[in-house]
Design a protein around this ligand. Sequence first.
Ligand code: SAH
Length: 391
Amino acid sequence: MSSIAIVTSRGAKRLAAGHPWVFRSDLAEAPSEPAGPVRMADPRGQPLGWAWWSPTSEIVLRQVERDGDVSIDRTWWRSRLAHAIARRAPLATVTNACRLVHGEGDGLPALVVDRYDRWLVVQFLSAAIEAQRGVIVDVLQELAGPAGILARNDASVRVREGLSKGVELVAGQVPEEVEVDEHGVHYLAAPWTGQKTGAFLDQRENRVMLRAHARGRALDVFSYHGSFALHLARGAESVTAVDASASALARARANAARNGVGNLECVEADAFEFLRDAAARGERYDVIALDPPALAKNRGSISGALRGYKELNLRAMRLLAPGGVLFTASCSYHVTKPMFLDVVGDAAADSHRPMILRALTGQPLDHPEILTIPETGYLKGMLLENGEHTA
Ligand code: SAH
């Protein structure tokens, strides 16, 4: 066995088309190396650059560098991470929390780094990344100078990589809660225990977009710790935040107090039931945020998820006052952009309201979605207006 991974010509074609993954079925010859960076070549010996080698994964190789002559060393890491961090520079004026590395979207497959003020939360999501943990942490210390680094290695993809799951302090100290400033709204993120790495950073700009429409009665469904609600409270008379999680809502209340918000009501309820009951009571809202969790967790659950999205959107549309605005989102990777447009369109048809499409949104600057790598994209949003005339 040589130290080079040989990729089938089908695998090489896929790489040439801009997708960095090589599946096990396209591995012609495994390299002799342990998990980590390896060089690749096609069956004729044409070099294909460097990849992360994950011996136990279905995704055995993830290309990181087309040039096989460079070395994957500290200098390489420094340059790749510095480039990713520099890309986020424009966000520094609006927030102290953002994603610094979005895996494949930043040319760094299987690595996620989120910044929460002075602290970093990382996810080492492949065996090859795990093997390079030392240099990654070292360079992050140098470039970002964090007060602490936490590894949220509790993601289940790690199991497929033959890695253990757990949350680990990697450097310094990381507090239970970190105050995030998001376009002037303050909230506490929970790096150790919160969803994802502590907060949903990816909806930042959508919250600001919806805030511009805040007025009258506002509703934030699937509110988590009050994320959209806190922004809406700025311009609305009253805001209702709905979530099934009591602990998330406890943080929403604390966040409201932190922002001096007195017009937020928190309701612990199942969102489907809440929307149905609100419609039965004849409630009307002027602004609604609808940001459910990923309803399709895998390919097999797509049709069930679409029914869920249809129902939620239909119910939300029925609650919209004439002229009211709805922001609806899907973070299910398996529900594609066309599917989401279709299902929201179906809901609009059933709602018998002329729903106006005001904006289609994707991912913010710090979550780059690469067109040739569909897996880097998951978040879709639509800003809709109920075009009915007021009586
Ligand atoms: N809008 C939030 C993120 C929402 S994440 C933000 O921008 O930060 C999804 C949320 O839905 C979680 O807080 C979870 O507790 C909640 N949730 C999941 N299923 C639910 C259900 N059936 N009813 C109400 N809330 C639910």
